[in-house]
Design a protein around this ligand. Structure first.
Ligand SMILES: [Zn+2]
Length: 206
């Protein structure tokens, strides 16, 4: 009864186009998410492989921005389901641990959540270990910085736990563009002996 009354007063609506009476991502908006279906192997960087589920464009890019900057957390559940779907489909359950890419605690306090942790929420809880990687330094947002400034911005920003030694790690993030953030995470994990590090993101330009 209460749920029905609440639904009448605050009808559910699509968080992307605003149409009422549908889930937080409506079918039309869902159709605007274009699968990337491509992963790359990166033998020359600390990151061993990189997979993005959707092109970072249109509705998919809007979803990333709405979740992160507008804090529309109703998007967390359907987006986490996309991540879980790709994780199963690609056989990534073979990894020893999933580590959401960390944000600095001050940013987390301001935002109220880490979007990467929200996106990891549908993955098996026993696999998800945010405590294995810390962001020890607050960095400027990478957006708007050129390549060399992006690299410098991230130097020494992450510290991994000794617990990662000998384990294969899957990093999860919302979006990847240059891949520098994940590479710096991977370097910190490999410095502590991680055997293999990959990246799964919701959207990307790869
Ligand atoms: Zn919609």
């Amino acid at each position: 009864m209460l749920a029905k009354a609440l639904d009448w007063m605050f009808p559910s609506k699509c968080a992307l186009c605003g149409i009422v009476g549908c889930p937080s991502i409506c079918d039309a908006c869902r159709d605007g998410f274009r699968r990337l279906d491509r992963s790359i192997n990166l033998a020359t960087t600390p990151l061993d492989y990189r997979v993005a589920i959707f092109h970072h464009e249109l509705r998919a890019a809007q979803a990333v921005r709405r979740l992160k900057y507008s804090r529309v957390t109703s998007l967390a559940s359907p987006l986490a389901d996309f991540v879980k779907g790709a994780y199963d489909e690609l056989g990534l359950d073979e990894v020893d641990a999933v580590v959401p890419v960390p944000i600095h605690w001050t940013r987390r306090t301001l935002r109220g959540f880490n979007q990467s942790e929200l996106l990891s929420r549908a993955l098996p809880a026993e696999k998800v270990h945010p405590e294995l990687l810390l962001r020890t330094r607050r960095t400027r947002p990478q957006v708007g910085l050129d390549r060399s400034k992006r690299q410098i911005n991230l130097l020494g920003a992450f510290r991994a736990s000794d617990q990662v030694a000998g384990r294969s790690i899957l990093l999860v993030d919302d979006v990847t563009t240059s891949g520098f953030t994940a590479e710096h995470c991977a370097q910190a994990l490999k410095d502590k002996g991680a055997s293999r590090v990959g990246l799964l993101t919701l959207t990307g330009e790869i």
